[in-house]
Design a protein around this ligand. Structure first.
Ligand SMILES: [Zn+2]
Length: 256
């Protein structure tokens, strides 16, 4: 959405009546926080403080972020300021929740730096495939070109899995679960980014052995036979794309 407001008149920024006046050279703050000097004007959005803006300034009005994209001023005539809506509180409210984005493909939002997730759409820019991304933090939509992903996007487009977490997030979940098993005495046999195999070595119980020996020796023999054929405990952990984790199998493994 783009709004143009004439000097000394009321325009609107979205639905907010906004006056503009006082065009002239002055210092103003641009979106990166630095102050520069140039053509400026005073914006008076209803219900907000007046603010001095110029090309590159960002103004927040009722939750919307407006960027000044143009100023026009000829001496003796009323000037104009042009603003473009960069994000909207309303957009943020009806932004897809993370369950509608696939964070397996994620990259930093160029507007706010938060992580954006894939919307499932693949577009073309300059004949190169790009992923349409959405930032949950600021509502920004942007396209992401990745030289690493490009060949794969061309030949074998990935499956869109809404709600999928990034690989790093899944690794963190896996590591937390693995550490619980390590505290119980398990050790890791093998692992991938989203799975782990752990074992708990069988232990010889002297209590049971001694108890069995006292039972006419037969108990000891039974225990020794049981122990000989009992196996290590094996636990397979797998992190689901959505982040759920469970031991997918807890069984005796005869391969070791
Ligand atoms: Zn953002």
């Amino acid at each position: 959405m783009i709004e143009r407001i004439q000097e000394n008149t009321m325009g609107t920024l979205g639905s907010v009546p906004t006056g503009m006046s006082g065009m002239g050279a002055a210092s103003y703050v641009v979106s990166d926080g630095s102050t520069i000097r140039g053509m400026s004007c005073v914006l008076s959005p209803r219900g907000h403080d007046n603010v001095v803006v110029g090309l590159g300034s960002m103004v927040e009005v009722s939750g919307g972020q407006w960027e000044v994209i143009g100023t026009e001023k000829t001496n003796g005539e009323p000037g104009f300021v042009t603003l473009q809506l960069r994000s909207r509180a309303a957009d943020i409210a009806d932004v897809a929740p993370s369950s509608e984005l696939d964070f397996h493909y994620s990259t930093a939002c160029p507007q706010c730096g938060a992580r954006g997730g894939w919307t499932g759409e693949i577009e073309k820019e300059l004949d190169e495939p790009v992923l349409r991304m959405h930032c949950l933090s600021c509502g920004n939509e942007f396209v992401w070109y990745s030289g690493v992903l490009a060949p794969m996007l061309k030949s074998n487009p990935p499956e869109f899995m809404p709600g999928r977490l990034s690989l790093e997030e899944r690794q963190v979940i896996l590591e937390e679960e693995v550490s619980k098993y390590l505290r119980k005495g398990f050790r890791v046999v093998s692992n991938t980014e989203s799975t782990a195999k752990l074992t708990l070595r069988k232990k010889f119980s002297f209590t049971w052995a001694a108890g069995g020996f006292l039972f006419l020796g037969i108990g000891l023999l039974v225990y020794l036979i049981w122990w000989r054929f009992s196996e290590d405990r094996i636990v397979y952990l797998r992190v689901a794309p959505e982040g759920g984790i469970s031991p997918t199998a807890t069984r005796f493994d005869f391969s070791e």
